[in-house]
Design a binder for this molecule. Structure first.
Ligand SMILES: [Zn+2]
Length: 155
């Protein structure tokens, strides 16, 4: 199922981030899922529940942010009304999907150990870390023959 490969890519990226920052635990994971991404947020959540067991994300809840599809005219930047014809009402240029097909790892909260040589009683402070938006996987769903703009593609 598509959601399982997305989760496996997601966990791979979270693990890479955790290694890069020498994190000891992951507290929270947030993904942005576009409504046209072909990913079902509920299936994604249940796939995550299965896949995270025993891994670094075992105690990290998954937050899924769904992103509505948004179409825009590439020529005059007019936003198209939801459900309207996919062409610009002003200049008739074919609309471009600017949001709604993304599958993004939006944020990971990591716990990072303090530097070693600290007094024993000093509990390492938990560092909350916002990781820059990273693309998890490209959607598999066939797209209309219109350009995409990944820039600013998360809410
Ligand atoms: Zn236009």
């Amino acid at each position: 199922m598509h959601e399982y490969s997305v989760v496996s890519a997601l966990l791979g990226q979270v693990n890479a981030q955790a290694r890069r920052h020498r994190a000891t635990a992951v507290h929270r994971v947030r993904v942005c899922i576009g409504e046209l991404s072909g990913v079902d947020p509920e299936l994604l959540a249940s796939a995550y529940e299965l896949a995270r067991t025993g891994g670094i994300c075992a105690a990290a809840p998954l937050e899924v942010v769904t992103v509505a599809a948004r179409w825009q005219c590439p020529r005059c930047a007019t936003d198209l009304a939801r459900g309207s014809r996919l062409a610009c009402p002003l200049c008739d240029a074919p609309a471009r999907l600017v949001a709604g097909d993304e599958i993004l790892l939006d944020r990971v909260e990591l716990e990072i150990e303090d530097e070693p040589a600290r007094p024993a009683e000093a509990k390492p402070a938990a560092a909350k870390l916002a990781v820059a938006t990273t693309e998890v996987a490209k959607p598999e769903m066939a797209k209309p023959e219109l350009g995409r703009d990944w820039e600013a593609s998360h809410v």
